[in-house]
Design a protein. Structure first.
Length: 119
């Protein structure tokens, strides 16, 4: 569910459902991954956006996700296409160690001195 809140000027702002380190699952394609960054709305250009099989609304958080067992792929995915992964299984991706120190209670913990990033 997408919850919308207001900023100090009264503008509607979507709520981020998944924090950095959250283990997620794609609702349509069923791949698992871990969130390494997010944008408050789609930051990709029109050519990229229109080239996708689906075009979920741009005016929602979009996440940069390291994809499990993909040989090192990452993806950019809309919040409405993600759900929490409750399997408790780790993500197999060669860049995990660049961002996170451990998997703890179903989420990854950022490396000391790294907090990921929100754009």
């Amino acid at each position: 569910m997408l919850i919308v809140i207001s900023d100090l000027e009264g503008n509607r702002v979507p709520q981020v459902d998944f924090e950095l380190g959250a283990v997620v699952k794609h609702k349509l394609y069923h791949y698992r991954g871990v969130v390494v960054a997010y944008d408050m709305q789609c930051a990709a250009g029109d050519k990229w956006y229109l080239g996708n099989e689906t075009q979920p609304p741009r005016e929602q958080p979009w996440y940069h996700v390291l994809v499990n067992e993909s040989g090192g792929l990452s993806t950019y995915v809309a919040q409405s296409n993600l759900e929490c992964d409750v399997s408790g299984q780790p993500i197999d991706h060669p860049q995990i160690g660049s961002y996170f120190s451990e998997l703890k209670e179903g989420a990854y913990v950022a490396q000391q001195g790294k907090s990921g990033h929100h754009r």
